[in-house]
Design a protein around this ligand. Structure first.
Ligand SMILES: Cc1cc2nc3c(=O)[nH]c(=O)nc-3n(C[C@H](O)[C@H](O)[C@H](O)COP(=O)(O)OP(=O)(O)OC[C@H]3O[C@@H](n4cnc5c(N)ncnc54)[C@H](O)[C@@H]3O)c2cc1C
Length: 575
C-alpha cells in the first residue's frame, strides 16, 4: 500500500523536533483538555503518537486515492453547471475520503469538532496532499479560512460556521478583484449595512478566487464610504446558501486544473462582519495570508518531493550509451541539487511552522487569561520570527518547486515533454506557487524589512552560537564569514539612503540571508540525525555559489547604475 507519510522518514523527524514539546503543552493547555475530551492526549508522547497516526491515515489516503486520482482530475477538471461548480469525479472522491476520515478542520479546537492539531502536523498533512495532487491541496487547504474565523470572529459566528468545516463544507478566500491584485488596498467590492435585517450586503466582483463556489467564503470589502486605502476595508463571512452570488465563469488555466478558479459577482449578497470594521486588511487578511503562505510553502515542498521522486525513478530506469542515465555526472548533479533544495526548504517550512504555532497559540490563550511575563516575551519573540521567516519560506520554496519541476522534465528528456508521465503536470502545477498568495516580488517587499531591521542577522548570529558538532567547525566558520559579508552588503546598499536603490537590490539581500539560514537549519537537523551531514556540505557548496552571485550583483551596480536599467524603457522621462 502506498503511504506518502511512512515512505518519507524526514517528516517523522520534523515531528520529533525538540520545540514540539513546548508547542504541544501550549496547544493542550498542559493537558488540561483531557479532563473535558476523551480523545485529548494524556501527555506529550500520547500527543505525538496521535499526530503520527493521523498523518499515517493522511499518507495512505494520499498514496491510495488522491495521488492515483490526480491525472483524471487534471484531465477533466471542474465545470460550471447551473451557476454551480461541479468538481471532477476524482476531486469529489478525495473530499469524501478526507471527510469520512475526519480530516477537514484538523487544526480547529475540539469544541468546534476539530482535532486540535498544532500547525506542524497540519502543515505536514498539507505537504502530503500536495505531493499527491497540488491542485487538490488548494481545496483542502482553504480550511485556513476557518482558522481566521476562529481567531477573529465572535462566538456566534464561530458556532455557526466552524463545525460545518469538519463535515466537509468547503471554503474560499475572496480578496482579489480585477483592479486589486498585489495591491489589495485598492479593493472596491462594497459592503453596506442593512438596518432592516442587521446584515451587511455585498456588491461587486471578485476575480481569480480558488474554489470560488465554496460553501463558506471570507470576503474582503470596502465598508467605509469615501475611503480609498486599506483602512476602509473589513472582512465578512458569506454563506452560499443565502444566495446573491453568481459564478460568472471559471478560468481555463495552465496548471492546478482540478482547483476551480472563479470570477464571481456579488449582488446584494448578505454577509456577516468578522471582528471589527476597518481591520479587514490590515489585521485579519494579513494573518490569513501568513497562514496561506505557509500553505503554499507546504504545497511547494510537496511538489518538489514529487518532482524529485519521479526524476529519480526515471533516471534509474532509463538507459543511454549502455548505462542508466543516473550514472552520468550531469544527471546525478541535477538530482542531488533537487534533493538538497527540497530538504533545505522543508527545514525552513517546519521551522517557520513551529514559530507560527507558538505565537498563534499564545495569542489564543491571551484571550482567555493573562499571559505570564515569560509567555509574553515568547509571543513577541516568535511573532517576529514568523513575520521574518514566512516570506523567506514562500519565496524560496516556490522558486525551488519551479526549478525542481523544470529539472524533473529535463531528466525525462523528450518523454518529459509528453503527457505520459506526471512530471509534465507537476511542471504546470508548480508555476502558480510563486504567483499567488503574493508573488515572489511581494515576498521580497515583506522580507526586506527583516534585512533592514536586522531580524535575519540576529537569528543567524543566534544560530551561530549553537554548539555544533566539532566536524562542523569549518562550516560554521564559513557561515560566520557569509554573515559578515551579508551585513556588509546590507550596509553598502542602505548607506546611500536611496529607497529605489534598496528596492532594486532587495531580492539579492533577502536571498543572501536565506542561503545562510537554510544551511544553518540543515546543520541543526544534522545534530539530531547524521543523515543530514552530507546535505549540510552539499547545500553549503550550492548556497555559497549562489551567495557569491548575489553579492557580486550588488557590488556590480551602484545607485547611479539604475539609470542604465531605466534608460532602456523610460528614456524620455530620464531626459
Ligand atoms: C490560479 C490562481 C488562484 C488564485 N486564488 C486566489 C484566491 O483564492 N483568492 C484571492 O483573493 N486571490 C487569488 N488569486 C489571485 C492572486 O493572489 C493574484 O493573482 C496575485 O496576488 C497577483 O496579483 P495580480 O495577478 O493582479 O498581479 P499584479 O499585482 O498585477 O502583478 C503583476 C506583476 O507586477 C509585480 N508587482 C506588482 N506590485 C509590485 C511591487 N510593489 N513591487 C514589485 N513588483 C510588483 C508582480 O510581482 C507581478 O510580477 C489567484 C490567482 C491565480 C492565478
Amino acid at each position: 500500500m502506498a503511504n506518502f507519510y511512512t515512505d518519507n522518514k524526514d517528516l517523522k523527524f520534523q515531528l520529533s523536533n525538540p520545540l514540539m514539546e513546548k508547542i504541544v503543552n501550549l496547544r493542550e493547555e498542559n493537558f488540561a483538555q483531557k479532563e473535558k475530551w476523551v480523545e485529548a492526549p494524556l501527555d506529550y508522547e500520547d500527543a505525538l503518537d496521535t499526530y503520527d497516526k493521523v498523518l499515517e491515515i493522511v499518507g495512505e489516503i494520499c498514496g491510495e486515492i488522491i495521488g492515483p486520482n490526480a491525472e483524471e482530475v487534471d484531465l477533466n477538471g471542474p465545470k460550471v453547471v447551473d451557476n454551480k461548480v461541479v468538481y471532477a469525479p476524482g476531486t469529489q472522491q478525495n473530499i469524501d475520503a478526507l471527510t469520512q476520515a475526519g480530516l477537514f478542520g484538523m487544526s480547529l479546537p475540539r469544541e468546534y469538532d476539530g482535532l486540535n492539531l498544532p500547525m506542524v502536523p497540519y502543515v505536514m498533512a498539507a505537504e502530503l496532499v500536495s505531493r499527491a495532487d497540488a491542485g487538490f491541496a488548494n481545496i483542502w487547504g482553504l480550511q485556513d479560512c476557518a482558522e481566521t474565523i476562529h481567531e477573529f470572529a465572535n462566538e456566534e459566528i464561530k458556532k455557526e460556521f466552524l463545525p460545518r468545516v469538519n463535515k466537509g463544507d468547503t471554503m474560499s478566500m475572496d480578496l482579489t478583484e480585477p483592479d486589486a491584485g498585489s495591491d489589495l488596498q485598492a479593493v472596491q467590492l462594497k459592503a453596506t449595512y442593512d438596518e432592516k435585517t442587521g446584515n451587511w450586503l455585498l456588491n461587486g466582483v471578485k476575480r481569480f478566487i480558488t474554489n470560488g463556489d465554496a460553501d463558506i467564503s471570507l470576503v474582503l470589502a470596502r465598508s467605509e464610504e469615501g475611503t480609498m486605502d486599506g483602512r476602509g476595508l473589513s472582512l465578512f463571512v458569506y454563506d452560499r446558501r443565502d444566495g446573491g452570488v453568481t459564478i460568472r465563469r471559471i478560468e481555463n488555466k495552465m496548471g492546478i486544473k482540478g482547483s476551480p478558479t472563479a470570477e464571481k459577482v456579488y449582488k446584494n449578497a448578505p454577509a456577516k462582519l468578522v471582528g471589527d470594521r476597518r481591520l479587514g486588511l490590515i489585521r485579519y487578511v494579513m494573518s490569513l495570508m501568513n497562514s496561506a503562505r505557509l500553505g503554499v510553502g507546504a504545497q511547494s515542498v510537496g511538489l518538489s518531493e514529487a518532482a524529485y521522486r519521479e526524476a529519480l525513478k526515471y533516471a534509474y530506469e532509463r538507459e543511454q550509451f549502455g548505462k542508466a542515465i543516473i550514472k552520468f555526472p550531469a544527471v546525478y548533479e541535477i538530482l542531488t541539487t533537487m534533493r538538497i533544495k527540497t530538504e533545505a526548504t522543508r527545514a525552513l517550512l517546519y521551522e517557520t511552522s513551529r514559530y507560527v504555532d507558538i505565537y498563534k497559540t499564545l495569542t489564543h490563550i491571551s484571550k482567555s487569561r493573562s499571559l505570564t511575563p515569560e509567555e509574553r516575551n515568547d509571543l513577541k519573540f516568535y511573532q517576529r520570527l514568523s513575520d521574518a521567516f514566512t516570506p523567506l519560506l514562500k519565496l524560496f520554496s516556490s522558486e525551488y518547486a519551479n526549478e525542481n519541476a523544470y529539472d524533473a522534465i529535463q531528466i525525462h528528456g523528450g518523454t518529459g515533454f509528453m503527457k505520459d508521465f506526471p512530471v509534465e503536470r507537476l511542471y504546470r502545477d508548480a508555476r502558480i506557487t510563486s504567483i499567488y498568495e503574493g508573488t515572489s516580488q511581494l515576498q521580497v517587499v515583506a522580507a526586506i524589512r527583516s534585512v533592514i531591521n536586522g531580524a535575519y542577522l540576529k537569528r543567524i548570529n543566534e544560530f551561530n552560537e549553537i554548539d555544533f558538532k566539532p566536524e562542523f567547525q569549518s562550516v560554521k566558520n564559513q557561515l560566520k564569514d557569509m554573515a559578515e559579508r551579508f551585513a556588509k552588503s546590507t550596509e553598502n546598499v542602505t548607506k546611500a539612503g536611496d529607497g529605489e536603490y534598496l528596492d532594486f537590490q532587495a531580492r539579492r539581500l533577502v536571498e543572501m540571508a536565506g542561503y545562510i539560514i537554510m544551511t544553518q537549519l540543515l546543520m541543526i537537523d544534522a545534530m539530531r540525525d547524521d543523515k543530514f551531514e552530507d546535505s549540510v556540505h552539499l547545500f553549503l557548496n550550492f548556497a555559497k555559489a549562489k551567495f557569491v552571485e548575489a553579492e557580486s550583483f550588488i557590488n556590480s551596480f551602484d545607485e547611479d547604475d539604475i539609470a542604465l536599467y531605466k534608460k532602456e524603457f523610460f528614456a524620455k522621462e530620464l531626459d
